[in-house]
Design a protein around this ligand. Structure first.
Ligand code: PLP
Length: 532
């Protein structure tokens, strides 16, 4: 066994004087880089050691990178080396030049955007998958890749409580791994368009219209852009907690149909990015029943993983998802302990996907594909070649078990409850949306200044946010909800514990006080506000 040492940094140099790493010293007449297995082992042990050290020291590192744009180009040579370099130097340069330019999404004080939970089992799955790298586009080019994906998609459907009609075993519906929720929405839109045009062959494309809400992730607009489709964002209100109501949908459908337009898909959301809103699928499905060719796609990119806990299924509208939705997507690469990328996408009728996306030139034909006896996942997504993503799913699902996933979700929600309680009890802050799962949206709104208008509070909160953003020991994100500028705080990193939340509350409280003083000073300077 090579000497691994307590810390990767102490590792003996894997390359001896006459080591075979470089073209210059390997004695190989062809001058190609020759990598000896012993060296791979040593460099591999070192990489694993260093990754472990990274996780151990994460808490003491800054959360956000503080480098300036262009920092890396200044540090690196203008071109790649002509002669291969010593791997140890390369590995050390990663530590020296790349790590300082990273924001640490696994950091216990990372509360920004959405979680990007990662586990060691997932990393190892990736390592094995990359070691046999293959583009897995057809069943026949690597049967295990397709078969494992079909199995883990059924396993994940089961742990989330999805209806059996989404399982691959039905051979009617089924699940597929996409890179992102954006891909899933785009593919759903392509399938929905095919279904609609099939039923309404006389309708010109320019009369089709895709529905989102004003709170839908940009994936809706993107799908419209890519496919050249009209997009209508339906209004949602703060009184409805930013959720789409059935009535709003019904009015829009009537208006557009009367105007000669053809709404053919609604992209609804369970857990919107800004506020965690859950569209009222119970009401929406009642309306959609009268418009049978309106495809209902549910984007639950962040929140969907919470379905693993039966106690959150009602709040996440699972009964409506199961009874009616045409397609459903959730990203395990956000809150689901599997590192990027791994977006789970299920459809009730796979043929709309495969009919819309199947292009089979002679060189892609295979015995099993022709006979229809095997899934060819290339026809379930936009690309041909596919990464072997299911291996990391298999590793994590087995290693954690359903209970492990449930514990991760409930732990994160407990931490968010703790944070929300701090906001509730403070006379400095108030909620802008109801805390949901692991997300709290709040703003600085001191009780003593209850007379402030929305623009004044927005100005105050911009100062508050700028102060938080300038710190490198905490990461949160800002957003705007129907004109209200506010802060989003999301828990989800596996290493976050109660004391990190306490600390976050202290930091937020302190910055809130300073922001208020700064704001008052600015107001006094322009004579609008008298300092008490
Ligand atoms: C994060 C998020 C997305 C985007 O996910 P990608 O996988 O990056 O495309 C879409 N919708 C919601 C609700 C999200 O939270």
């Amino acid at each position: 066994m090579p000497d691994r040492g307590a810390s990767g940094a102490n590792l003996a140099h894997p390359l001896s004087e006459d080591g075979p790493w470089t073209a210059a010293s390997n004695g190989c007449p062809c001058e190609f880089l020759f990598v000896d297995l012993m060296d791979i082992e040593q460099a591999g042990y070192q990489a694993i050691d260093r990754i472990c050290d990274y996780y151990i020291s994460l808490r003491d590192m800054p959360v956000t990178s503080q480098v300036e744009p262009g920092y890396l180009r200044k540090l690196l040579p203008a071109s790649a080396p002509t002669v291969g370099e010593d791997f140890q130097v390369i590995a050390d340069d990663y530590q020296k030049y790349i790590i300082p330019g990273l924001t640490h999404w696994q950091h216990p004080s990372f509360f920004a955007y959405f979680p990007a939970a990662c586990t060691f089992e997932s990393i190892l799955g990736e390592l094995y998958a990359s070691s046999t790298t293959n583009p897995g586009f057809n069943w026949s080019v690597s049967p295990a890749c397709t078969e494992l994906e079909a199995v883990v998609m059924d396993w994940t459907a089961q742990i989330l409580g999805l209806d059996k009609s989404f399982y691959n075993t039905t051979e009617v519906g089924g699940g597929v791994l996409q890179a992102t929720a954006c891909d899933a929405a785009l593919v759903a839109t392509v399938a929905a368009r095919l279904r609609y045009i099939r039923e309404h062959p006389q309708v010109p494309m320019e009369k089709l219209i895709l529905y989102t809400t004003t709170q839908t992730h940009s994936l809706g607009k993107k799908a419209g852009l890519v496919l050249g489709l009209k997009v209508r964002a339906l209004q949602v209100t703060a009184e409805d907690e930013f959720a789409l109501r059935g009535e709003t949908l019904e009015v829009a459908l009537k208006e557009d149909v009367d105007a000669g337009l053809h709404p053919f898909i609604l992209i609804a959301t369970v857990g919107t990015t800004s506020s965690g809103a859950v569209d009222r699928l119970d009401e929406i499905t009642d309306i959609v029943k009268n418009y049978p060719f309106l495809w209902l796609h549910v984007d639950a990119a962040w929140a969907g993983v919470a379905l693993v806990c039966p106690e959150y299924r009602e709040a996440c509208q699972l009964p409506a998802i199961n009874s009616y939705t045409d397609s459903f997507c959730t990203n395990f690469h956000k809150w689901g302990l599997i590192h990027f990328d791994g977006s789970c996408f299920w459809v009730r009728h796979r043929t709309y996907l495969t009919d819309a996306l199947d292009v089979t030139p002679e060189y892609l034909r295979s015995k099993h594909g022709d006979a229809g006896t095997a899934i060819d996942y290339r026809n379930w997504n936009l690309n041909l070649s596919r990464r072997f993503r299911s291996l990391k799913f298999w590793f994590v699902l087995r290693s954690r078990g359903t209970e492990g996933f449930q514990k991760h979700i409930t732990d994160c929600i407990k931490l968010n409850d703790q944070f929300a309680q701090g906001i509730r009890e403070s006379d400095q802050f108030s909620f802008v949306a109801k805390p949901f799962l692991a997300l709290t949206v709040f703003r600085l709104a001191p009780k003593s200044l209850s007379h402030l208008t929305t623009p004044e509070l927005n100005a105050l909160n911009r100062i508050f946010h700028a102060r938080l953003a300038a710190r490198n020991d905490i990461a949160v994100t800002q957003t705007e909800l129907n004109g209200v500028f506010c802060i989003r705080m999301v828990t989800g990193a596996e290493r976050t514990v109660a004391k990190d939340i306490d600390r976050a509350l202290v930091v937020i409280g302190e910055e809130g006080k300073v922001a208020l003083t700064e704001w008052k000073r600015m107001q006094a300077e322009v004579g609008l506000y008298c300092l008490p």
